[in-house]
Structures are given as structure tokens and as C-alpha cells.
Design a protein around this ligand. Structure first.
Ligand SMILES: Nc1ncnc2c1ncn2[C@@H]1O[C@H](COP(=O)(O)OP(=O)(O)OP(=O)(O)O)[C@@H](O)[C@H]1O
Ligand SMILES: [Mg+2]
Length: 268
């Protein structure tokens, strides 16, 4: 599949938390993901950029198990998770957020947090809402964790708000907080600051950086170039379903192929 101009991702990393090998996905005749092999090193904030339609979200959907792949493999901490459902991958340490948060209708922020990004070890969590006073120690710990996580993202005051009353930016923060309820080894964020005001985007940048300093690994898709160039290293560039290159923000910024990919748009 590789041609001469195809340099691809760096595949010689030491401590790899997430790896894809030869991932493929076609929608009818359109190859959205074309032989994608990447590695994300533990402890990094790895960025992912590329023009509209390059296949970034499709790749996230394949990695997280929301789409079935046509070929290839996904491993987390060296374990093949290709055949696992999204919630099973979450248990293995791989969690993703959505650009448009889901599964929140009819729930307060507290309830949305307790459901988490997918079913957890303590699946009895629903008994919280229905079983009245009979709260187990584990459930008590979950409630405490919810408080702490919301405080961490400076939205503790929203705990009893109906999710439907939140602003777009607040939803982004709740989504981020929810992702941490399962202690992910790697967190995939799909455009975390799209449509978010600059103040909140700066807050989100600060939270991501702090969490990373504590050891959290991230893989982040973002169109906001100043944001991702400031935050991520390395950055993987996708174009037309393939990995165009991987490099430092400076390397990516000055690479002719990257500039061409963005300028080329959808033209012939
Ligand atoms: N469920 C689907 N059915 C059919 N085609 C799809 C589907 N999902 C994605 N595609 C197509 O696959 C290609 C890659 O789309 P994808 O959403 O992954 O791009 P992207 O890099 O995330 O773009 P953007 O930056 O605009 O979010 C596009 O041509 C898109 O139309
Ligand atoms: Mg996308």
C-alpha cells in the first residue's frame, strides 16, 4: 500500500500504550482509513490533524470500537482489543470523548457522571437511583469520585443541574470529567475545543496539561492549530485516509506535504 511519498508514523517507540496496525475502513467505494499504523507513547499528548474528511474521526471510531474495521488491529498496552466492544475497550483503559456528548438526556450531571463513559466494574450503579437508602460502600466511593472530578474541572456547582440545561462548553467539561471515571490509560479527544469560547478553551488546555503532567496519555484531534501546536508533541498528520507524516509541531508546520494537503483541499 505504501508509495514513495508515504513516510507514515513513527513506529519505533519504547513504551506504547496504543497501537494500530494496518487499519482499513471503506464506506462503499470511499476508503476512509487506508492502512493506518500508528503508535502512541505513554505519557505523551499526541496530536492528530488533517484536512476535513481526512479520516480522523473514522480512525477514532475504529480505535474505540464504534466502527468495525475491514482489516488491521488495535492493541492497548500490548493486548489485542480489535474484537472487543467499546465498553470492553474502556475497561482495558481506552476511553474516547465525542464531539457531541451523548447519553445525557434526562440525567443530572451527577447521574451522567455515575454512568461514566461505559459500564464499569460497579454496574450496580443504577441501584443508586432505584434502591433508595441501600447504598454500598463502592457506590459511596463513586459519588465521592464524582464530586472530586467535577471540582477538578471547576464545575462542582453543576452537580445537580439537568444535563440538558448545560451550555456547550459546560457539556465539554462534563464529558471530559466523565471520561476519567474509569481511570483511562489513554484518552482520545475528538475536537475538545471546537465551538468553545477562548477562555474555556484555555481552561481545557490547562486541565489537559495538568493531567498530562500527572502521567495521563492523550490522543487529541483538533482543527484549532494554535491550540494543538502548543499542547501536543508529536503530531500525526492524516490526509485522504493515510498517515502523511508524524513529527514535532515545528516539523509539521514547516513540512511542504502538510501545507499542500491543507491548501489542496478537495481539488483534483
Ligand atoms: N458513517 C459513514 N458513512 C459513510 N461515509 C462516512 C462515514 N463516516 C465518515 N465517512 C466518510 O469518510 C471520510 C472521512 O470522514 P471523517 O469524518 O473520518 O473525516 P475527519 O478527518 O474527521 O473530518 P473533519 O475534520 O471534517 O471532522 C469522509 O469522506 C466522510 O464522508
Ligand atoms: Mg472529524
Amino acid at each position: 500500500m505504501n508509495d514513495d511519498a508515504y513516510e507514515g508514523a513513527r513506529l519505533d517507540k519504547d513504551d506504547v500504550v496504543l497501537k494500530t496496525t494496518g487499519l482499513e475502513k471503506a464506506f462503499g467505494g470511499l476508503v476512509a482509513t487506508d492502512d493506518v499504523s500508528i503508535e502512541v507513547e505513554r505519557g505523551t499528548i499526541t496530536g492528530m490533524i488533517g484536512p476535513n474528511g481526512a479520516g480522523k474521526s473514522t480512525l477514532f471510531n475504529l480505535i474505540s470500537g464504534f466502527y468495525e474495521n475491514d482489516a488491521g488491529h488495535v492493541t492497548v498496552n500490548g493486548e489485542d482489543v480489535t474484537d472487543l466492544e467499546p465498553h470492553e475497550r474502556a475497561r482495558k483503559g481506552l476511553v474516547r470523548t465525542f464531539q457531541t456528548p451523548r447519553r445525557l438526556e434526562g440525567m443530572s450531571v451527577r447521574e451522567a457522571m455515575l454512568v461514566g463513559p461505559g459500564p464499569q466494574k460497579g454496574e450496580s450503579i443504577f441501584s443508586l437511583f432505584f434502591a433508595g437508602s441501600d447504598v454500598t460502600e463502592e457506590e459511596r466511593a463513586n459519588i465521592e469520585q464524582t464530586r472530586e472530578l467535577l471540582e477538578r474541572f471547576e464545575i462542582g456547582h453543576l452537580i445537580d443541574q439537568p444535563s440538558t440545561d448545560l451550555s456547550g462548553g459546560q457539556m465539554k467539561l462534563v464529558e471530559l470529567a466523565r471520561a476519567f471515571t474509569t481511570n483511562p490509560d489513554i484518552l482520545l479527544l475528538d475536537e475538545p475545543v471546537a465551538g468553545v469560547n477562548p477562555t474555556l478553551a484555555n481552561d481545557i488546555k490547562r486541565f489537559i496539561r495538568e493531567l498530562n503532567e500527572e502521567g495521563q496519555t492523550f490522543l487529541i484531534i483538533e482543527h484549532d492549530m494554535p491550540f494543538i501546536m502548543d499542547l501536543a508533541d508529536p503530531i500525526i498528520v492524516l490526509d485522504q485516509g493515510k498517515v502523511l507524516m508524524e513529527g514535532s509541531p515545528d516539523e509539521v508546520r514547516s513540512d511542504d506535504r502538510v501545507i499542500e494537503a491543507y491548501l489542496g483541499g478537495a481539488g483534483p
